[in-house]
Write a protein that binds this ligand. Structure first.
Ligand code: PMP
Length: 398
């Protein structure tokens, strides 16, 4: 599998274990970007010449491919964004004020990425709503029972990651969706860490909105997707104004293009959309059951290897979707990552944009290893040996 990714030929010495931050790109995705700029470069939704028309047609067709990828009912429910962050901010800025009012409640988990935390915290401040943060499990994952308990008649929005980005827990969302719908609220899902690891079905999840990024899905950076329920997207006002998103502009007032174009002001990331198309084709060629089985095998192997090293704390559990966070007692995670870097092992160390979770775990940071389809048991063994070496170095004089 790694041979489809030219990055590994460029870095034969490197063990890349940071796919949760961003995944490497298959040759087909890189080719798609180049192909677009060489052959098809024209702005979309504007020109009347054949090339611009064809590029627009091809660009619009990608919505259908995305819709199929997440089982949305129609392509018009697919808004192209910059990223997960962009999509979640759009929902908070546009949909938020339509449904959240003073005294209402917005509920998130304490394990959310800042992208699915701060927009809601700020919306609550703007509207006078209560921002409720559900407790997490000891292992650092979203606790669905704790979330369920905090849903009240005043809950208007529940915003949760399908897979959390530090401990990698998969959150069973469908029952929570039923519960929040029963009180007249809405479920917003951060799919950033889910899409590369499991088949996503937005209808089965009961998601009212679902946001993800292309770059964690083996696609390019700068392109993301926001899915929304059609009736909700239709009533939402645009938050950015300019070209492409209008119907008619008069001196005194303007009207908007239909969904989804009303949310896509300005020249979009056309190359990114074609790169995303190639990433979806790459995903379509994967057996997602096999991907899950490989994730599981690597997670089990890494957890067992780390837990055999004295002084290692491992967060999450054996069911993590390809993400394992840990700490080595007495050694700052940044120092662990530096030792690993010297051994050409790329992991992430830090708060992972999840400071509220770090506070709950009582640590400033963790080391995080995360897997893509190109990782193997040998990568895991190298990491375990690197952590053992870090322990030896830092505890030499104990
Ligand atoms: N949510 C989660 C769970 C993530 O892991 C990330 C990426 N670290 C994001 C949101 C934000 O993604 P992006 O930076 O692509 O907007």
């Amino acid at each position: 599998m790694a041979n489809e990714f030219p990055f590994f030929a460029a870095h034969p010495e490197l063990t890349y274990l940071d796919s949760a931050a961003t995944a490497q790109k298959p040759q087909a995705v890189i080719d798609a970007l180049v192909h677009y700029y060489v052959n098809d470069n024209a702005n979309v939704h504007r020109g009347l010449y054949t090339l611009a028309y064809n590029t627009t047609e091809a660009y619009e067709a990608v919505r259908g491919q995305v819709a199929q990828f997440i089982n949305a009912k129609t392509p018009s429910q697919i808004v192209f964004t910059r990223s997960t962050t962009d999509g979640l901010n759009l929902v908070a800025a546009s949909f938020g004020p339509l449904v959240v009012h003073a005294g209402d409640e917005i509920l998130v988990s304490g394990a959310e990425h800042h992208s699915n935390f701060i927009p809601w915290q700020q919306l609550a401040k703007r509207t006078g709503a209560k921002f409720v943060v559900a407790p997490v499990t000891k292992a650092g994952n979203t606790d669905p029972a704790a979330v369920a308990q905090l849903i009240t008649k005043r809950t208007k929005i529940v915003a949760l990651a399908q897979v959390t980005n530090v401990a990698g827990g998969v959150v069973p969302l469908a029952p929570l969706a039923d519960q929040v719908h029963a009180v007249g609220g809405y479920l917003v899902v951060d799919g950033a860490q889910a899409v590369a690891h499991m088949k996503v079905d937005v209808q089965a999840l009961g998601a009212d909105f679902y946001a993800f990024s292309g770059h964690k899905l083996y696609g390019p950076t700068g392109i993301g997707v926001l899915y929304g329920r059609q009736a909700l997207l239709a009533e939402m006002p645009p938050v950015q104004f300019g070209g492409e998103m209008i119907d008619e502009v008069l001196d005194a007032q303007s009207t908007w293009a239909p969904v989804p174009l009303k949310f896509e002001a300005g020249t979009p990331n056309i190359a990114g959309v074609f790169g995303l198309r190639a990433a979806l084709a790459f995903m379509a060629g994967l057996d997602m059951k096999a991907v899950a089985a490989q994730d599981h095998a690597l997670v089990l192997r890494l957890r067992a290897g780390l837990l055999a090293i004295p002084g290692v704390t491992v967060y999450g559990d054996a069911h993590s979707a390809g993400i394992v966070s840990f700490n080595l007692q007495g050694v700052h995670p940044h120092d662990v990552a530096t030792v690993l870097d010297e051994a050409h092992i790329a992991v992430r160390a830090g708060h992972h944009c999840a400071q509220p979770l770090m506070a709950r775990l009582g640590v400033p940071a963790t080391v995080r290893a995360s897997f893509g389809v190109y990782n193997t048991a040998a990568d895991v063994d190298k990491l375990v040996a690197g952590v053992a070496e870090a322990r030896r170095l830092f505890h030499e004089f104990d």
